[in-house]
Design a protein around this ligand. Structure first.
Ligand code: ADP
Length: 205
């Protein structure tokens, strides 16, 4: 069977992680998220990190993008270790330069099928969701993600439009492109039911 890659595209807070989880549970995919991989660096002892990795942590917490070279290397390592045949890519490619790196990684690792999935959500809804997420975490006595505070979230959103909108434009013409629109009151289960039926059709082929 062909190796299949699903590429999750969407703004911060658009629900990529939630939908990725549904895909994993239903269709038996694994997920590689560059955000998660980078956050993993934070859990390592500082003395085991290179200068580039330390700098990446600071950049991530500021809401900007870390260097292409570092993220690409981390992702390449993870693909090799995972050995997955059905993989969801979340967070990469995130700018134009990363598109060709991604395509090359897919080729080198034998992925023949690519399904780009774009979750489109208005900025106003995203800001509201993020505020709600922070309030929820605080109510539970948990520490919110450093880059979820409103000022940093605004930078992430601006960075998304500047750097990642062109990536979405690039994949919009792909034969397998799936676009899902979430309005203010669209529940995650509704988005999933649309996504599930589209994926079922494609994965059955
Ligand atoms: P979100 O999509 O919610 O903004 P992620 O967990 O995907 O969050 O990413 C968090 C941060 O990690 C980004 O703001 C950025 O600093 C860094 N990052 C993740 N993926 C990449 C990437 N492909 N290129 C550069 N930086 C990245």
């Amino acid at each position: 069977m062909a190796k299949i890659a699903i590429l999750m595209l969407g703004a911060p807070g658009s629900g990529k992680g939630t939908q990725a989880k549904f895909i994993m549970d239903t269709f038996n995919f694994i997920q590689l998220s560059t955000g998660d991989i980078l956050r993993g660096l934070k859990k390592k002892p500082a003395e085991s990190l290179t200068e580039a990795q330390k700098e990446a942590i600071l950049t991530m917490d500021s809401g900007k993008l870390v260097s292409n070279a570092l993220v690409s290397q981390l992702l390449a390592d993870e693909i090799a270790v995972s050995g997955g045949e059905k993989v969801i890519f979340d967070g990469f490619p995130r700018n134009q330069a990363q598109i060709s790196i991604f395509e090359e990684l897919l080729k080198q690792n034998g992925f023949e099928v690519l399904i780009p999935v774009f979750l489109r959500v208005d900025d106003e809804i995203l800001k509201g969701r993020m505020e709600a997420r922070i309030a929820e975490m605080k109510a539970l006595g948990q520490e919110p993600r450093a880059d979820d505070i409103p000022e940093t979230f605004a930078i992430r959103l601006a960075t998304f439009h500047q750097e990642t909108d062109p990536v979405i434009d690039h994949y919009a013409s792909h034969a397998n492109f799936i676009r899902l629109d979430a309005l203010a009151d669209t529940k995650r289960e509704e988005v999933w039911s649309q996504l599930e039926s589209q994926l079922t059709g494609m994965l059955a082929q």
